[in-house]
Design a binder for this molecule. Structure first.
Ligand code: UTP
Length: 302
């Protein structure tokens, strides 16, 4: 594999910016998402978007842009100061709670919101962040893909980027019958963890899928992706697909996939979301320590 990116050192800028697309309708979670953003659904006691923010920060991200739409104002409020609540918690001596609500608060000026007026697809959401991205490589994190592991997923990807440059996507193997639900890569050289990418296809028919390696919602992308997205080409489902735009960069820039080492939960689905809640609760050693026996009892009762 190419250990020494040849495509120009100005592209080896560090990854300091992250885009969080959150403009989707979240229809699979209706009615819960009628008035509340999907990204604010809590896994145990923390909203999905905060997990994504924490992961980005752990990977060295310093500037955060959220692409939101109608009905998503709760995301903005979540990362804002809440003066009355903070004063009340301080007055009651609830320092632990105060620490929790401030844990993910960005520094002033570190965070920006752009509006995707219509949910025209993930590619369109990323394009909406173009004035923020400018000419720098950037990360994209989909909050509804939660990756649980010893090392945060984006941190591992940044390490891959620091060696290989170019574009990096997170990958996981999926059952062949599920390939039509994902962006699927056409793999080249594969060392078991890193995969050179020769092609990509969004939601292929099972018989057309080039592999069973599916893209998880974590990306490191070169700014040229914005030029490709500017064309506004429609793809699968009549949406502007990020996968189609990435395909246009394959061949002209290094493009690698990294098998994730952690466990991915698809919190955009009810089953994945419930699994995540159980799994994250099982990992806690606070008052949730009883969850294991509770689950066992529920399994007997129902
Ligand atoms: P999904 O495919 O899960 O779509 O988007 P969705 O609208 O959120 O949910 P369903 O399918 O209706 O249940 C994957 C990610 O891309 C973002 C979503 O917010 C989610 O983080 N997205 C999708 C946008 O930001 N804008 C879009 O136009 C579409």
């Amino acid at each position: 594999m190419d250990e020494n990116p040849q495509f120009g050192s100005e592209h080896m800028k560090p990854i300091k910016k992250a885009v969080f697309p959150a403009g989707g309708l979240g229809t699979r979670f209706l009615p819960a998402t009628k008035a509340m953003p999907k990204e604010m659904l809590p896994v145990v006691d923390k909203p999905l978007i905060e997990y994504a923010m924490d992961e980005a920060r752990a990977a060295g991200i310093e500037e955060f842009v959220f692409v939101t739409g109608r009905g998503k104002v709760a995301i903005q409020n979540h990362f804002d100061a809440h003066v009355e609540l903070e004063a009340e918690l301080a007055a009651r001596g609830k320092e632990d709670m105060l620490a929790k609500i401030n844990a993910s608060k960005p520094d002033p000026g570190q965070i920006a919101f752009v509006r995707q007026m219509q949910p025209l697809g993930l590619g369109h959401a990323v394009w909406c962040a173009r004035t923020f991205v400018k000419d720098e490589p950037f990360a994209v994190l989909l909050a509804d893909d939660l990756v649980n592991g010893d090392v945060p997923c984006l941190h591992e990807m940044v390490e891959v980027y620091n060696t290989h440059g170019g574009n990096v996507v997170a990958l996981m193997e999926v059952p062949e019958q599920d390939t039509s639900k994902y962006g699927i890569v056409d793999p080249g050289a594969d060392d078991g963890r890193l995969v050179e990418i020769k092609g990509l296809v969004e939601k292929p028919n099972r018989e057309d899928a080039p592999s069973n390696l599916a893209i998880v919602g974590r990306y490191i992308l070169q700014p040229e992706i914005i030029d490709v997205l500017s064309k506004g080409t429609l793809g699968a489902g009549g949406e502007i697909q990020l996968t189609d735009a990435m395909l246009e960069l394959v061949g002209s820039q290094p493009f690698h996939g990294m098998r994730i080492s952690g466990r991915r939960f698809d919190c955009g689905t009810k089953l994945g979301f419930l699994e995540a809640n159980v799994a994250y609760a099982l990992q806690r050693d606070d008052e949730l320590g009883a969850v294991r026996s509770s689950v066992a009892q529920l399994l007997e009762e129902f």
